[in-house]
Design a protein around this ligand. Structure first.
Ligand SMILES: [Zn+2]
Ligand SMILES: [Zn+2]
Length: 207
């Protein structure tokens, strides 16, 4: 599996970057998935180097993860996937944080809702949707079980977890979601929405 990480700038906030992931089954595969096209559609598209985007997934509704979502969907024609409960709040500038972040976010014309245990597949990759509310009510993680890889959005970070004090956040749900993630194999590599990758084993020992 090939995981390409783009750290994309958010608005004019110094030092604020979000991880956007371009993933493919291997180096030679044509098909890829883009997770959290946070900003700078031009940078994402040039990083594709001829690959075909077959799916775009947002881990949750926040403006710092979806800045290039509509543009990328338009330019590639790829379907956009998000949890049903975060599609609901997506256009609300307060709920998506765009207002607080000073961002002007365009919402994609069409979004395909997913729920827990749905599988988003491209050639050679199967991403299982894990509904992990707590940071937002429709936050999801994507689990590539055969590869032992998890994309955790703003649910789980290296050494910490996502805020629960933003609209639709919920500390009790966050605890439940983290317990669910703790059941994954310890050697699962975790790619979060911000900062460095980690593993489930490393984070479990710290909680
Ligand atoms: Zn967030
Ligand atoms: Zn974020």
């Amino acid at each position: 599996m090939q995981v390409q990480t783009l750290t994309l700038p958010i608005g004019n906030i110094p030092g604020f970057v979000t991880n956007c992931y371009i993933i493919a089954a291997d180096e030679d595969s044509r098909a890829c998935v883009v997770i959290d096209p946070a900003s700078r559609c031009d940078r994402i598209e040039s990083a594709l180097r001829g690959r075909v985007v077959e799916a775009i997934v947002m881990t949750h509704r926040h403006g710092d993860h979806i800045g290039a979502l509509a543009q990328l969907a338009k330019n590639t024609g790829a379907p956009v996937y998000a949890h049903a409960l975060d599609v609901e709040g997506l256009e609300d500038e307060k709920a998506n944080g765009a207002l607080a972040l000073g961002l002007n976010i365009e919402i994609p014309a069409q979004i395909t809702s997913v729920v827990d245990a749905d599988i988003i597949s491209i050639e050679g990759l199967n991403l299982t949707v894990l509904h992990t509310p707590g940071h937002t009510i429709g936050s999801i993680c994507l689990h590539e079980e055969a590869q032992g890889v998890l994309f955790s959005g703003d649910t789980l970070f290296r050494d910490t977890y996502g805020r629960t004090d933003l609209p639709t956040g919920n500390p009790r749900q966050m605890r439940e979601s983290l317990s669910k993630l703790a059941l994954l194999p310890a050697n699962t590599v975790v790619y979060p929405g911000h900062d460095q990758p980690t593993t489930i084993g490393r984070e479990c020992n710290r909680r």
